[in-house]
Design a protein around this ligand. Structure first.
Ligand code: ANZ
Length: 868
């Protein structure tokens, strides 16, 4: 007799083919045959990947496995699950690769998508592949362009000559969000500021809503904080200072501390401020112009960094402080930037660190106007700037306190003073309350080839118009030479026939940034084959918002802010029904790898090290190395990929191992040494059903009889496992759910013939989301017809509350607030368990209706709010 092994290499392809054939994971929405509105919808989305040339690394399937487990779990719970996958395939790497190798980016992209798809499919994820999309497909970007035309029509897309980040190495401009500390986020190349004509999107018009609407979202607090910080709301006032030489006779400043008005002893304009030219006097002219030219060569960070030595020049002109009535000098200095507030400040050296430093350097007067509260201790930054002898104070004070040296306002607290002085200025026509945001408009054009062309025409008279809907998409022209020109002129300018096709108008030759396609892909998934509209409105109303969005925290600002912005534009146009796209966001933690460090602390790539001398040593030299946990990177050659693991152990083991590494949101190292242990667990599950020596397809004899009752102890163990797995899935605690299943399998193995078939089936129902290939195989071997009774749709098992210590409690089950039944559940039943039991109870009343909300109040009631 043959030995019957657990053999993932035969089981896994078999079930993957079965799911494909059966279209087991097809999501059914309004308008589709078989749509059942009474089922609760669940839209669960992964951040779709950029299909890079190197294929999947083990970090990709971390989130995908988690969402797949939840998608499968929700299907078993009876939800109508939408779980799609696609490709974010425009962008720089494909283009750079194309330039290096001479292969067209369309070809590279197609190949990379194939690789990604093959790798992802091998892991058995339950995506609805009928909805697959690719942002570089003209049938997709037709609608990206269509949305752009809506932004254009709404006045939210405009061309401006703005100082932008130009990256010489990449040959393109970049958005603020793509430049960190003056270097490109991609490739870490130096960037410089220069004025260029660019397409901008008016995201600033949405600043307040982007901020306010964050609050109710179920998102990690850290991500919300980053978005808030990026939007950067500042409350303060704008104040006019009379200055005869300035245009209009006044200079307007923005300040967050109008209460320090009497302490403003000089003013500063940004070098690019339009009033500079009018203010400079004959004697000062040459010095000011020279200074302005030098400032243009620095970037914003270099200019505003507190640690940098302050520089500046006096214009020769003066202004009047509207509070103190004093005549104060007007300077130009590059620590004031043009893009923020009004580009001019009132300088209050006693209460602002930069002003203090500047005043110290140029020997400008300091006037102390805020008394610190009693017991106040200077901050480190304040103390660092200490200098004896000015007005009896030794350091600046930037906190809040009580006004002094401020005329009629003396004695007021900082917040009171702010209000009073703002009203006082407003009454005299000298200023007003003002809210300012750090957020800048979104620089939306790139001088690259591999992106969406703008649906824009330049007319002979110099005006711009958008391409008519009927003429979309504007497809990328096939080109051989798409090298960036290195000048402001984009590569598309070289496609002369394409540019001139709409003669006498000419096409816009910039392309959209990579973020464009990902701003709305979650909407296209709802209706991916619609050729008449980007999506059907009824489908959008049904599926949106995304119930759970899982991806890396690196998208805290860029993608998530841009997508929220577009969504709000679409909402205002009546094209979507929710104000926010993603109700719940979850960030998976980073999977780390290993690297080595030599005695001098230098990093050593993983393939240069080997085991030796009781530790690790450098190959060849034997020099001792320290093994450390490090991020996966090409340069350290420590990128772990799923393929070898799946090859050797199978997809189910891979999935389980990924989830067993630790909590989903934690950073954790990849330790392949632990993989065999995980596989042993699955082998034990196999053995519970399949005897070691038997004919092909044979079962343990004691599982043959479906009517045979199970052992009571085992029943309790199973109940505990079901309960724990259910509760853990509801809080996305996958690793502890796996532990609970391991505990049960140990018990079941020990119990031997006491395991009943019904018990094994219930166990397979909870194992299924985690290890679906193995679960399906055993489910079938137990005699279930996978077509007529598919495990993928088998109801999620409930546990018997009476087997637990606590006496069960009675809950009222309501439909739209009216009591329709009563159920018994365990005293500490989870919300999900209460709802599952309640649903059974009022099945009949829910039939044909759409449940829009479920309210579970422990110990009291479950209420279904239904429509229809
Ligand atoms: C007077 C003052 C007194 C200020 C004081 C601060 C403290 P946030 O909070 O980031 O909004 N400022 C305004 N426009 C600027 C510009 N274009 N470039 C550089 N600095 C600028 O910062 C607002 C404060 O930053 C403003 O309030 C202004 O200095 C400065 F005790 O005005 B303050």
């Amino acid at each position: 007799m043959a030995r019957q092994h657990y053999d993932p290499a035969t089981i896994e392809p078999k079930w993957q083919a079965f799911w494909d054939e059966q279209r087991s994971f097809r999501a059914v929405g309004p308008g589709d045959p078989g749509f059942d509105p009474s089922r609760r919808k669940y839209y669960i989305l992964d951040m779709f990947p950029y299909p890079s040339g190197s294929g999947l690394h083990v970090g990709h399937p971390e989130g995908y496995t988690a969402t797949d487990i939840l998608a499968r779990y929700r299907r078993q719970r009876g939800d109508n699950v939408l779980h799609p996958m696609g490709w974010d395939a425009f962008g720089l790497p494909a283009e750079q690769y194309a330039i290096q190798t001479g292969t067209h980016p369309a070809v590279t992209t197609r190949k990379n998508i194939e690789t990604f798809k093959r790798q992802i499919r091998r892991l058995g994820f339950s995506y609805d592949w009928d909805r697959e999309l690719d942002t570089t497909d003209p049938a997709y970007y037709r609608w990206t362009q269509w949305i752009f035309t809506r932004l254009f029509d709404a006045g939210l897309a405009y061309v401006a000559e703005v100082p932008v980040w130009w990256c010489e190495a990449l040959g393109t401009v970049l958005a603020n969000e793509e430049v960190l500390d003056g270097r490109s986020e991609r490739g870490d190349h130096p960037c410089v500021r220069r004025p260029m004509k660019q397409w901008m999107l008016k995201i600033t018009a949405f600043a307040e809503r982007l901020l306010a609407d964050l609050e109710p979202l179920d998102w990690p607090e850290s991500i919300k904080a980053m978005q808030r910080q990026w939007i950067g709301r500042s409350e303060g006032a704008e104040v006019d200072f009379a200055s005869p030489g300035a245009p209009g006779g006044r200079i307007r400043v923005f300040t967050t501390r109008p209460d320090t008005l009497f302490g403003a002893t000089y003013m500063v304009l940004a070098p690019e401020h339009p009033a500079v030219e009018a203010l400079l006097t004959k004697e000062r002219g040459a010095a000011v112009r020279a200074y302005r030219d030098a400032a243009a060569r620095k970037n914003e960070l270099e200019r505003t960094d507190l640690a940098k030595e302050k520089t500046g020049v006096f214009t020769g002109s003066f202004a009047i402080n509207p509070g103190s009535g004093e005549r104060i000098p007007v300077w130009v200095a590059d620590y004031v930037v043009m893009g923020y507030g009004t580009g001019a400040i009132m300088a209050v050296p006693a209460h602002d660190l930069r002003d203090w430093e500047f005043a110290t350097k140029f020997d400008l007067p300091v006037r102390d106007v805020v008394a610190p509260p009693p017991g106040y201790v200077p901050t480190a930054a304040e103390a660092a700037l200490a200098r004896e002898g000015k007005e009896g104070r030794s350091h600046p004070f930037v906190g809040e306190g009580t006004a002094r040296n401020s005329g009629e306002f003396d004695g007021l607290s900082t917040p009171e003073f702010k209000q009073r002085v703002t009203a006082w200025l407003a009454a005299r026509g000298l200023g007003e309350a003002k809210v300012t945001y750090r957020l800048r408009d979104w620089l939306f054009s790139r001088q690259r080839y591999w992106g969406e062309p703008f649906p824009i025409l330049h007319r002979p008279d110099g005006s711009v118009a958008r391409v008519a809907d009927a003429d979309l998409p504007v497809t990328l022209p096939p080109m051989q030479d798409f090298q960036p020109t290195g000048r402001a002129e984009p590569p598309l300018a070289k496609a002369k026939a394409w540019v001139d096709a709409p003669a006498p108008s000419r096409r816009e030759t910039n392309t959209m940034p990579q973020w464009a396609g990902s701003c709305w892909y979650y909407l296209r998934f709802l209706d991916p084959h619609n050729a008449a509209a980007p999506w059907d409105k009824a489908k959008e109303r049904y599926w949106m918002p995304v119930d759970l969005y899982v991806g890396g925290a690196e998208h805290a600002v860029l993608h998530l802010l841009y997508a929220r912005f577009w969504h709000k534009v679409l909402f205002d146009l009546g094209l979507v029904s929710t104000v926010e796209p993603f109700a719940k966001l979850y960030n998976q933690g980073m999977i780390l790898s290993h690297a080595y460090r030599d005695a001098r602390g230098a990093m050593v790539a993983s393939d240069e090290a080997e085991e030796g001398g009781g530790g690790h040593v450098r190959k060849g030299t034997g020099e001792p190395l320290e093994r450390i946990v490090a991020k996966m990177s090409k340069s350290l050659r420590n990128v772990e990929t799923p393929d070898p693991v799946v090859e050797q152990y199978g997809a189910d083991t891979f999935r389980l191992y990924e989830m067993f590494l630790g909590p989903l949101d934690a950073a954790k190292p990849w330790n392949p040494g632990d993989i065999p242990g995980v596989q042993r667990f699955l082998q034990r599950v196999w053995r519970l059903v399949v005897p070691e020596h038997a004919d092909d397809g044979a079962l343990h004899a004691h599982l043959g009889d479906a009517a045979r009752p199970g052992d009571a102890d085992l029943e309790r163990a199973l109940d505990r496992a079901i309960r724990k797995v259910t509760e853990d899935l509801d809080r996305m605690a996958f690793n502890t759910a796996i532990s609970a299943m391991m505990v049960f399998v140990n018990e079941a193995t020990k119990a031997g013939q006491a395991l009943a078939r019904g018990q094994m089936e219930r166990f397979l129902e909870i194992l299924n989301p985690f290890a679906p290939h193995l679960a399906e195989e055993l489910w079938e071997r137990l005699g279930n017809d996978p077509v007529r009774r598919p495990l993928a749709r088998a109801p999620w098992p409930t546990w018997d509350a009476s087997l637990h210590q606590d006496a069960p409690v009675e809950l009222a089950v309501q439909v739209n607030g009216k009591v329709r039944g009563r159920i018994l559940v365990a005293k500490d039943a989870s919300g999900a368990a209460m709802v599952a039991a309640a649903r059974q109870e009022v099945r009949a009343q829910l039939e044909g209706k759409q449940v829009v909300k479920e309210i579970a109040v422990p110990g009291r009631l479950v209420n279904f709010v239904v429509k229809g």
